[in-house]
Design a protein around this ligand. Structure first.
Ligand code: ATP
Ligand code: MG
Length: 396
């Protein structure tokens, strides 16, 4: 078993010693069986939350109403969740009630896909009630139980299916695909923020076309904000994306490039996806750089405004659509040689300019902007005396 499971083992041992059951469950079991690295170890137990809390000195109620308690052990937190069933789902996204149960099988039954419904014992035994091992071997994503019902219960699962296809290079089983095709519209019941998380993971997965093709063929894309009229652009993107994009800024910059959006259209799209302001401004900056790269119009001023991190992202996105116009290393080198990287590095302040007789107000702001551009583009040396003289000459 991987290191992460071994360090979590004392937790399971303690729960078992008290007469309860406890297993490793979820993505870490799936990824271990696939030989992939794992992130978070999830533990499922027959002990009720209060019983779990009674067994350990330090716990945090991270999701007590769903049965999740975090156990703190030597600086690491382990999430344990009591076996539960869910019922209701009147809003297509959240169970009306969760019911704690003592049966592992009941808990595994409420999980989304068979490959996510495996449990692992500390001795390495895998418990597999729904043929998850067969599906892992056959590289397929299949809903636990009837896909139609499962997507009706929770529509986010449709996005999770396409996201796992992209991350794992798995096919989605036919009935599960049919369920997505029938229930796509239910996605509109789901909070956009949660769809956003899955969509970004989809485009970051190593085999994005695998997920994108089902996302497109089933019509699921139509129920994502701003996508309904963009089928052709999404198909083109799926054809061009040979592997995952490196972060969420790259994802949205690639979308904007595929959709041929202006920066302000991208801003609107990202707002409709309830994006953070930082993501919006970064994606807009990267988009401007992609447009310059594809038009072979990169210059020092563009690199300065883009900044080192976004230059890499922009060139990554540009190369999705067209063979390299520029090597990223060449762009980075050109950036590194800029006389200044930020406005702060300018060897003159507003104060200095006022002392030289420039009046506060529009003239002052305009001259500072002028100097910044002149220095970045190598036309004026970054020395205070030269800068003051250049400002005065500019205003004359
Ligand atoms: P990742 O590697 O992205 O974390 P994961 O499979 O661990 O993948 P999580 O969102 O961390 O995904 O969820 C942990 C487990 O909880 C899943 O493996 C699955 O068993 C269950 N699960 C998560 N979301 C749902 C859902 N919407 N419906 C049913 N079961 C779910
Ligand atoms: Mg997980």
């Amino acid at each position: 078993l991987p290191e992460e499971f071994l360090t979590a083992r004392p937790i399971i041992d303690t729960i078992e010693a008290a007469g309860f059951e406890a297993y490793y469950v979820g993505g870490s079991v799936r990824d271990t069986l696939l030989g992939l690295p794992i992130h978070d170890v999830d533990i499922a137990t027959s002990a009720y939350p209060e019983e779990v809390k009674g067994l350990f000195k330090r716990t945090v109620d991270t999701g007590i109403e769903h049965g999740t308690v975090m156990i703190l052990d030597h600086g690491t937190g382990y999430e344990t969740t009591t076996f539960r069933t869910e019922s209701g789902y009147q809003d297509y996204r959240r169970p009306d009630a969760v019911q704690f149960v003592r049966s592992l099988k009941e808990d595994l039954k409420r999980r989304d896909f068979t490959i996510n419904a495996l449990a692992l014992k500390t001795d390495g035994t895998v418990i597999d009630y729904f043929d998850g091992l067969r599906d892992l071997e056959q590289h397929q994503i299949r809903a636990v139980g009837n896909p139609e019902d499962r997507f009706n219960e929770d529509a986010l699962r449709m996005m999770r299916a396409v996201r796992f296809a992209s991350q794992l290079n798995f096919k989605i089983d036919d009935q599960t695909v049919a369920g997505i095709a029938h229930h796509g519209q239910l996605l509109t019941k789901i909070a956009v923020e949660r769809i956003h998380v899955e969509f970004v993971k989809l485009l970051q997965g190593q085999w994005p076309a695998k997920g994108l093709n089902v996302f497109l063929d089933t019509g699921l894309y139509q129920y994502c904000p701003g996508f309904a009229d963009q089928k052709a652009a999404l198909v083109t993107l799926a054809e061009h994306l040979k592997t995952g994009l490196s972060n969420e800024t790259a994802v949205w910059t690639a979308i904007a490039t595929a959709f041929q959006l202006s920066t302000s259209q991208l801003g609107k799209l990202l707002k409709s996806w309830k994006s953070a302001n930082q993501l919006i401004t970064d994606s807009q900056t990267a988009l401007t750089a992609v447009q310059a790269i594809l038009a072979d119009q990169v210059d020092d001023w563009l690199l300065y405004q883009t900044g080192s991190a976004l230059i890499g992202i922009a060139n990554e996105v540009a190369q999705v659509f067209e063979p390299a116009h520029y090597e990223t290393s060449a762009l980075q080198q050109q950036y590194d040689q800029l006389p200044i990287k930020t406005k702060k590095a300018l060897q003159v302040t507003g104060q200095d300019l006022m002392q030289a007789g420039i009046k506060p107000g529009p003239d002052l702001g305009k001259s500072l902007q002028y100097l910044e551009r002149q220095v970045v583009t190598g036309q004026v040396a970054n020395e205070s005396v030269t800068l003051v003289a250049a400002a005065l000459a500019y205003l004359n």
